[in-house]
Design a protein around this ligand. Structure first.
Ligand SMILES: Cc1cc2nc3c(=O)[nH]c(=O)nc-3n(C[C@H](O)[C@H](O)[C@H](O)COP(=O)(O)O)c2cc1C
Length: 343
């Protein structure tokens, strides 16, 4: 089946799910523009996910992609938390804040309860990050007729995803903004550029492959199709769009181009790409004392909030891919037309 027919879209492009910077508004605008709009659900309760679906359906009539994380949820380790708080103590002093044990909103994996809550909607598409949920849940989701997507950062991950229920595999190159989708023991240094990953996955897999990472122009989109991709998934380019809820400090950093992007684990415990800032540099980008994902973010939330109030992004995860040249302050519709070269 044709890729666009499979996803019920007219342009073979996916607006990447981006937790923390968008909701149904961007997704609805993307779907209305002819691509697949995505709703990031990794940090939402089941009631919030249902509300997102309802809002989306009120504003768009086409398909949508619900995006969930599917990491292992480890026990909270008080020793790790203690060490982490000590590492952040000087920043708490500087901003005159008192540390607390509040875990706030954590990234939670997709589970049976969430699946039951969304089952009545039979979502057309669900994408997972960090692998796939267990077989029983994958089968439950498939019983709704839902198309399943997941991201691979290596050839081995791509093969595993295709063999374990992914109908479409997203080739997430090292250029991509946000969390690396990696779910196997893979060294960051050995991860491939989008071009290389698309080529080897398109060659090896019988399911459609979507290119993601650093795609910022119509030329980039065309090149990915020439390399064998059936579609593209684009995130960073949409961050300045009118319908995104990207914060002011994040928008300023995206526009300035002064700092490069880098991969760091300091904001969550897992490697992710964002614009370089003070916390990343101070803690040397990849730091062994950072609590296991997803527990690192809790102690950073008050620092981030206090600094952002002063217009400062020192403690904010400024997720972005390597290529910010394509970011524009336009509507999502205009961005899609620009990327697909609609005359
Ligand atoms: C701000 C931001 C947040 C992201 N959050 C998510 C997320 O919640 N779930 C997910 O599967 N991918 C997330 N990603 C990764 C995207 O799915 C995609 O791989 C990436 O945006 C592609 O690279 P690009 O940003 O260079 O276009 C995020 C990316 C960015 C830039």
């Amino acid at each position: 089946m044709q890729f666009t027919t499979l996803l019920n879209i007219s342009i073979p492009m996916i607006q990447a799910p981006m937790a923390g910077v968008q909701n149904w508004r961007l997704a609805a605008a993307a779907t209305n523009a002819g691509i697949l709009g995505s709703i990031p659900c990794g940090m939402l309760s089941k009631e919030q996910v249902v509300a997102e679906i309802e809002h989306f359906k009120a504003y768009a009539s086409g398909p949508y992609n619900l995006n969930f994380f599917c990491h292992e949820m480890p026990e909270l380790d008080p020793y790790q938390q203690d060490k982490w708080k000590k590492k952040l103590a000087s920043y708490y002093d500087e901003l005159e804040l008192t540390p607390s044990d509040d875990m706030g909103i954590l990234r939670r994996p997709f589970d049976r309860e969430m699946a039951e809550a969304i089952a009545p909607y039979k979502p057309p598409v669900i994408s997972f990050h960090f692998g796939l949920p267990d077989t029983e849940l994958v089968e439950f989701v498939k019983s709704w007729g839902t198309t399943i997507l997941s991201s691979a950062t290596t050839l081995e991950e791509g093969i595993w995803l295709a063999e374990n229920g992914a109908d479409i595999v997203i080739a997430q190159g090292i250029e991509a903004g946000g969390h690396r989708a990696t779910f196997t023991e893979t060294k960051l240094e050995s991860q491939l550029h989008t071009r290389q990953l698309v080529t080897i996955l398109a060659d090896a897999l019988s399911v459609p492959v979507v290119a993601a990472g650093g795609i910022a122009s119509h030329h980039d989109v065309t090149m990915m199709h020439e390399l064998g991709a059936c579609g593209t998934q684009i995130g960073t380019c949409f961050l300045l769009c009118d319908e995104a809820s990207t914060s002011l400090v994040h928008r300023d950093a995206l526009k300035s181009l002064a700092e490069p992007s880098a991969v760091t684990n300091v904001f969550s415990g897992r490697p992710a790409r964002g614009i370089e800032n003070r916390l990343m540099i101070d803690l040397n980008f990849i730091n062994e004392d950072v609590p296991t994902f997803p527990y690192a973010s809790a102690a950073l939330t008050p620092l981030r909030a206090a600094a952002e109030k002063q217009g400062c992004g020192d403690f904010s995860p400024l997720w972005a891919g390597v290529n910010r040249q394509g970011c524009m302050e336009v509507s999502t519709q205009e961005m899609v037309e620009h990327l697909w070269n609609v005359k």
